[in-house]
Write a protein that binds this ligand. Structure first.
Ligand code: NDP
Ligand code: 3PY
Length: 310
């Protein structure tokens, strides 16, 4: 039996080496060289893979996302019926995201946009120094990534709020849930950080209503998915001054087209979907563990809940 890998050509060999380092007995095939369709027992795939194509493999018993997000697997037609899907829960991936969140929260907290502007104009002027305790952060999505970012922000003294689908408790974090909970949290947030999965319920959630519920001169950070933000609403909030800045790692479509106004917006900090990148060597042990479990009929880890969509 064989494991099919499908991702960007330049990372395929890294994935192959990482999986073989954990279990040298695995037979790895690199898409599109899948060989006999009946050989494929597991598919480890990233965003570009066509879900229809996975229906070609009659013995497929596991699909693994090469990232934390699985929205790419649920695009129509979705995963083949009856085949379980697992995602990555990985300490390096989590740490990378927490670094991105800290970088951008601190950038805005320490008025870096204003200082860069002053530097460009050769202005020597000290701005009032705010305290972290006065800057309330609301995190949308209190899962693996959101809870870790919350802990790191708490350690710096920021008051942290968090929003999840179901009621949840995270030490030191004021928690909210459900649609009303989001607006209640936004109303008290100086910065909103989106770390939600993209599902039918969360698509377009960063819209005029949510941004309008925030205090004036707030900041928005989105490192989840571009489909969460309504671009026109976000630009309107930035242009009107209601939002003082936005840090955006994700867009729809990606790559961001050259004529997008986000590229040159003076209040936008932009990264090319690079907030946290999967490191194959770090992720490989859990992927191999799941391949073994699937073979032996044991319960899988990091399973995706099809009903919830994440
Ligand atoms: N830009 C980048 O480089 C990266 C982006 N990502 C993105 O980050 C996302 C989050 O990852 P991760 O933290 O591991 O995911 P998790 O599944 O661990 O956490 C998701 C969180 O979102 C909450 N949530 C889901 N749906 C809703 C809803 N309808 N209303 C309110 N809350 C909701 C969940 O609530 P509950 O706790 O109740 O289940 C949970 O708290 C990924 O799906 C991916 O899109 C991930 C890695 C890198
Ligand atoms: O892990 C994910 O979902 C990512 O977006 C990585 O870039």
């Amino acid at each position: 039996m064989a494991v099919l890998l499908s991702t960007k050509a330049h990372t395929m060999e890294d994935w192959k080496a990482a999986l073989l380092a954990v279990d040298p007995s695995l037979e790895i095939r690199l898409f599109p060289e899948a060989g006999a369709p009946e050989d494929i027992e597991a598919a480890v795939v990233w965003t570009a893979h066509d879900m229809m194509e996975l229906r070609r493999y009659p013995n497929l018993r596991l699909i693994v996302s090469m990232g934390a997000g699985v929205d790419h697997l649920f695009r129509p037609p979705g995963p083949p019926p009856g085949v379980p899907v697992a995602r990555l829960v990985d300490t390096r991936l989590t740490q990378g995201m927490t670094e991105w969140v800290l970088l951008n929260v601190l950038r805005f907290h320490r008025q870096d946009l204003e200082y860069r502007d002053q530097q460009a104009r050769r202005v020597w002027h000290e701005l009032p120094a705010p305290e972290t305790s006065a800057r309330h952060i609301g995190i949308m999505g209190l899962g693996e990534l959101g809870s870790d970012a919350a802990r790191a922000l708490r350690a710096l003294g920021f008051p942290v709020m968090g929003w999840s689908r179901r009621p949840k408790q995270v030490e030191g974090v004021e928690t909210f849930h459900g649609p009303d909970g989001l607006l209640a949290m936004a109303a008290r947030a100086d910065m909103l950080v989106c770390l939600l999965p993209l599902t039918p319920q969360t698509r377009g959630i960063i819209n005029a209503r949510l941004l309008g519920a925030m205090k004036p001169c707030g900041y928005l950070l989105n490192a989840a998915r571009g489909g969460h933000q309504v671009a026109a609403d976000l630009l309107a909030a930035l242009d009107s001054g209601h939002l003082a800045g936005a840090a955006l790692d994700v867009f729809e479509p990606e790559p961001l087209p050259p004529d997008s106004p986000f590229w040159s917006h003076p209040k936008v900090i932009l990264t090319p979907h690079a907030a946290s990148i999967t490191i194959p060597a770090s992720a490989a042990p859990q992927v191999v563990e799941n391949i073994h479990r699937a073979r032996e009929g044991r319960p899988l880890i990091n399973l995706v809940d099809f009903a919830a969509g994440y």
